[in-house]
Write a protein that binds this ligand. Structure first.
Ligand SMILES: [Zn+2]
Length: 197
């Protein structure tokens, strides 16, 4: 696996954390039932950390008995409606699988993810900031398709750097909708971080 973060990637991630666009998860605010559906990228180098992390978080809140993954290459941004045409079918499959899982497992809490670096996002030419925006779009479209779902957004980051020889530093951040959808707050940030939007 190669995952070298550019200085610009690192700058963007640092700023997103400073600005509160990537936020530490506060378990006190996590209102969930006994089961959740997680929608991460199926990246096998990252899944263990994604799963173990969210399991630990949920266990602080409830007696969690089911963490049901709906994972495809690219994760929840497949549902954004903004990826290249050939990815759209995967997004549709993801919608269908989440809604079906919600019925089978009697579970309305859905945690959707994007992660960095993600091969699918990179192949589609989008960077860390735009991944956050795509994640918001995915949430909006999922809520429109299934209004009963309670959808929360998360961003997984692996700061591994082959050049500097750092070890893996994996973190999962909460992505707060109220800031990402606040245009007055977000536009100067997009300008500063040179988003393609
Ligand atoms: Zn990925």
């Amino acid at each position: 696996m190669k995952s070298i973060l550019s200085p610009h990637d690192k700058f963007c991630i640092t700023r997103l954390i400073e600005l509160g666009l990537f936020r530490k998860i506060t378990t006190e605010k996590l209102n969930i039932g006994n089961g959740i559906i997680i929608v991460p990228c199926s990246d096998g180098h990252q899944f263990k950390d994604v799963y173990n992390h969210i399991r630990g978080v949920c266990e602080k809140v409830v007696d969690i008995d089911c963490i049901h993954p709906v994972a495809l290459n690219g994760g929840a941004i497949l549902m954004s409606g903004r990826l290249p045409e050939e990815r759209q079918a995967h997004g549709k499959t993801m919608f269908e699988n989440i809604i079906e899982a919600s019925c089978i497992k009697k579970c309305d809490d859905v945690f959707i993810y994007t992660h960095f670096p993600c091969a699918v996002a990179m192949a589609s030419g989008i960077g860390v900031v735009d991944q956050g925006l795509y994640l918001m779009m995915a949430k909006k479209r999922l809520k429109a398709a299934a209004p009963h779902l309670r959808v929360k957004c998360f961003f997984h980051i692996d700061m591994y750097d082959e050049v500097e020889g750092d070890s893996h530093k994996r973190r999962t951040y909460f992505v707060p909708k109220e800031l990402w959808e606040n245009e007055a707050f977000l536009l100067p940030v997009l300008h500063e971080l040179k988003s393609e939007f």
